[in-house]
Ligand binder design. Structure first.
Ligand SMILES: C[C@](O)(CO)[C@H](O)COP(=O)(O)OP(=O)(O)OC[C@H]1O[C@@H](n2ccc(N)nc2=O)[C@H](O)[C@@H]1O
Ligand SMILES: Nc1ncnc2c1ncn2[C@@H]1O[C@H](COP(=O)(O)OP(=O)(O)OP(=O)(O)O)[C@@H](O)[C@H]1O
Length: 280
């Protein structure tokens, strides 16, 4: 059997803002958010094998194979396989876990896109997005690969064109559990829905992340990161955290702000992208 290899990026995302509008009967939340990708990525290398197995290497610390979103995404596609190969998936993990950068969801999306080709599953982008939604609310946006407004639980997407700023992104050394934040009694979950208007794309300064207060209260590391970054630019939480970011209009300005931060604070600089590197 001919061995085929495909190496693809799994980029991170930022929620440029995140409003929570209500809670559905199934416990999931209605939200409005603006997603943009950044040029910081995990890298996944897919190699077809002559057996029927799905192998993921190296294992992710603290995550069982059956819980790894890469494995779960591959499993989801197996009923559609027309090729008779298995796959070995090698992962170079760069994105922090539980950081609100969507690393796990992006890994899952990249796996769906790669195996759709390697296993000749013939699923359309929309079909892959629907499969991805069963793995997590953030997976469809990574499959679609276009910066977007999201509504519903995050799955109703409208392409958007926010400014592709440079970002200083801080990675506090803690892991925020998304479920814990969404189920918190004091989470702000009554922000009125707004009409999605293209005018908002240029200026997200007046919008906020409704998870920020609760996350800052529960995780002092996040509070400190927000306070520290606020001295250099308007800082905001992404997703349910733990990462926080501030936008700058050039790489130089981002680098200058980053250089002034205390060395004890970890982070990196990244460029906003409205088209995912996965599409290239
Ligand atoms: C907060 C965001 O990161 C914004 O981009 C996402 O909506 C979260 O997406 P995700 O990590 O893919 O989340 P999921 O794995 O689908 O859900 C994790 C948990 O978060 C809660 N959850 C998530 C999304 C949503 N719209 N409402 C929720 O209440 C649910 O309790 C769920 O059990
Ligand atoms: N391939 C994977 N990479 C990262 N995390 C994974 C993976 N598979 C399963 N997980 C589990 O998913 C959890 C959330 O991971 P992820 O990195 O996507 O968080 P996040 O950046 O906070 O995502 P989001 O913004 O979507 O809430 C991890 O803590 C881990 O237990």
């Amino acid at each position: 059997m001919k061995q085929t290899t495909l190496t693809l990026p799994a980029p991170a995302k930022l929620n440029l803002f995140l409003h929570i509008n209500g809670r559905r009967k199934d416990g999931y939340h209605e939200l409005q958010t603006l997603f943009q990708f950044i040029d910081r990525c995990d890298t996944l290398c897919f190699t077809t094998t002559s057996d029927d197995n799905i192998q993921v290497s190296p294992p992710i610390k603290g995550v069982r194979l059956e819980d790894n979103l890469i494995y779960k995404a591959a499993k989801l596609l197996t009923p559609y396989k027309t090729a008779t190969s298995g796959v070995l998936i090698n992962i170079d993990k760069k994105l922090p876990m539980g950081g609100g950068l969507g690393g796990g969801s992006s890994d899952a999306a990249t796996t769906l896109v790669a195996l759709n080709t390697l296993w000749q599953c013939n699923r359309s982008t929309e079909q892959l997005m629907a499969l991805g939604l069963s793995l997590g609310a953030d997976v469809p946006i990574f499959v679609r690969g276009q910066a977007s407004w999201a509504e519903g639980v995050g799955e109703i997407l409208t392409p958007a064109n926010p400014i592709e700023s440079w970002y200083v992104i801080l990675t506090p050394d803690c892991h925020v559990d998304t479920g814990e934040i969404f189920s918190h009694q004091r989470l702000t979950r009554d922000t009125p829905k707004m009409k999605i208007a293209p005018a908002l794309e240029g200026d997200v300064k007046n919008y906020r992340n409704d998870c920020e207060n609760i996350v800052s209260e529960l995780y002092p590391e996040v509070k400190l990161a927000i306070e520290t970054l606020n001295k250099h630019g308007r800082s905001r939480l992404t997703g349910t955290g733990a990462c926080v970011f501030a936008a700058f209009d050039s790489k130089e300005k981002a680098e200058l702000a980053f250089s002034k931060l205390p060395k004890s604070i970890k982070g990196f600089i990244s460029k906003g992208l409205n088209s995912s590197p996965l599409l290239r």
